[in-house]
Design a protein around this ligand. Structure first.
Ligand code: AMP
Ligand code: MG
Length: 472
């Protein structure tokens, strides 16, 4: 069999100013370490032999039909505007239309310098590549919109980070790589024509039933609102919600310093560069609204009647907090087994969360244990649970099948930080067994898997990961 990818490229048909033509830069001795067959089938990708796939997914050879480009974008990084970012260590090979009718980008990440690399080397090391592979596939399995991982290759080269590290390339798959920052770059340059073309492209590709820039804004708001609520519901902290990492398609994108919380606290931050806690767990809804406001500002640059558009955009953005809140409430209701809506539900949920924070309860295990009736063990002071549970039990009387509802809303397995770090350490030493095991278990996050009970444990004091890094 030879590797075939039925490319059907559309982004490369947009004006030249949207990207730079850039082939991946070959690497010394690529070695395929992971290939996602299930995703390949959806993409209509026919796998080739291992050697051929290593060459292709390292960027040493270009599959027929690939038109490699590095995409232009800009964005707000930690609140300040950077007028030009762009793919500095990635190239888009092209797109396929999958068996599900969905068009997706196939991108190599870590494939060498591009015109947008600035001072970077255009490369990635194995750690962040495997981290993104595992975490993005886990998000997919949890039912949370996300970019995905098709392949990972070790390059046989060394990249310099904190020290010399093994180089790697990830093949990332996304419904598109359109970001808020893709709109911002044309808006800030006053390139109204390009902005209009981009808006039309985004509407046609992602929201064909929406109309015009304000229709796009509303559609992005709705998908982002759902996404953020889903993150909150599994204790996910993205870590770097810059506008260039905010997808127009509403997928989780850019798994840099992201992490899942172990013990619950609303102010949790992992990213070593997020010193102010801008992207802390509980700030994520506000940041999503802030990012949408940046999209609104960019989109407005193309309308003929800005005054009316500003009014409409303001109304669209202002409605976002309550949409996120509704999505949040729906998910947390399910997490405590409620299907019937009642007035006191929100107070019941926030009371539980307050007690969890005070008792350093493990976020994932506490919610999962509610369905198994043994959540009190998760509290430093079990009475804190008991007094909450009295009210909860009283409220549950009319609920039909709460355990099933709870277990479908609260995964048993998440990619815990310490497990991800241990997996990376093992892979660096040539042992891929933990990587494969994590992928296998995390593919069924809502199913109790007794053999994998160790992967449910929070970290011991020695295992705790205090900070995560972008890995750039
Ligand atoms: P990120 O933090 O991944 O969102 O990246 C922010 C910007 O830095 C993007 O323009 C990236 O392409 C660029 N970048 C990150 N790492 C590298 C690298 N190793 N080489 C070149 N550019 C990079
Ligand atoms: Mg990024």
């Amino acid at each position: 069999m030879t590797l075939t990818i039925p490319f059907d490229n559309s982004y490369a048909r947009l004006p030249n100013s949207f990207y730079a033509r850039q082939a991946p830069i070959p690497v010394r001795s690529p070695h395929l370490v992971a290939f996602n067959e299930e995703l390949a089938q959806i993409l209509r990708v026919t796998p080739g032999d291992v050697h051929e796939m290593a060459e292709a997914f390292a960027g040493n050879t270009l599959p027929e039909g690939a038109e490699p480009i590095a995409q232009l974008y800009s964005g707000h990084q930690f609140g300040s505007y950077n007028p030009q970012l762009g793919d500095g260590r990635a190239v888009l090979l092209g797109e396929t239309v999958g068996t599900d009718g969905i068009r997706r980008d196939i991108q190599l990440k870590g494939s060498g310098p591009t015109p947008f690399s600035r001072r970077g080397d255009g490369r990635a090391w194995l750690g962040p590549v495997l981290r993104e592979y595992v975490v993005s596939e886990a998000m997919q399995a949890m039912g949370i919109p996300t970019t995905r991982a098709l392949a990972a290759v070790e390059t046989g080269e060394v990249v310099l980070r904190e020290g010399p590290m093994p180089g790697a390339v990830l093949t990332r798959v996304a419904q598109s790589h359109l970001r808020v920052g893709t709109f911002q770059v044309f808006a800030s340059r006053g390139q109204t024509d390009n902005l209009r073309k981009l808006t039309d492209y985004a509407l046609a590709r992602h929201y064909p039933s929406a109309e015009g820039p304000m229709g796009l804004l509303r559609a992005v708001r709705d998908t982002q609102a759902r996404l953020i609520a889903q993150w909150m519901s599994v204790g996910f902290i993205h870590g770097v919600m810059n506008t260039d990492n905010c997808s127009i398609a509403g997928e989780t994108i850019d798994y840099g310093p992201c992490a899942f919380m172990d013990s619950y606290h609303p102010n949790t931050v992992f990213s070593s560069i997020d010193r102010m806690g801008r992207y802390a767990y509980s700030n994520q809804p506000d940041i999503a609204v802030w990012n949408l406001a940046q999209l609104a500002t960019a989109l407005i640059q193309q309308v003929d009647d800005p005054e009316a558009a500003v009014e409409e955009a303001t109304e669209i953005v202002h409605a976002m907090p309550s949409l996120i809140h509704q999505e949040w409430l729906a998910r947390f209701r399910a997490k405590i087994g409620l299907t019937i809506e009642k007035d006191g539900d929100e107070a019941l949920i926030t009371d539980l969360l307050t007690r969890m924070a005070e008792n350093r309860s493990d976020f994932t295990n506490t919610f999962r244990a509610l369905g198994d009736d043994n959540a009190r063990d998760q509290f430093l002071s079990p009475e804190a649970y008991d007094t909450w549970a009295e009210g909860w039990q009283a409220r549950m009387v009319r609920e039909e099948c709460p355990k099933a509802v709870m277990n479908a809303a609260s995964p048993a397995f998440i990619p815990r930080n310490h497990r991800v770090e241990q997996m990376i350490q093992a892979a660096v030493n040539g042992d891929y067994a933990p990587f494969h095991r994590l992928n296998k278990v995390l593919a069924r996050p809502y199913v109790d898997q007794p053999d994998a009970a160790d992967l449910r444990n929070p970290p011991t004091d020695e295992e705790v990961v205090h900070a995560t890094f972008c890995g750039t």
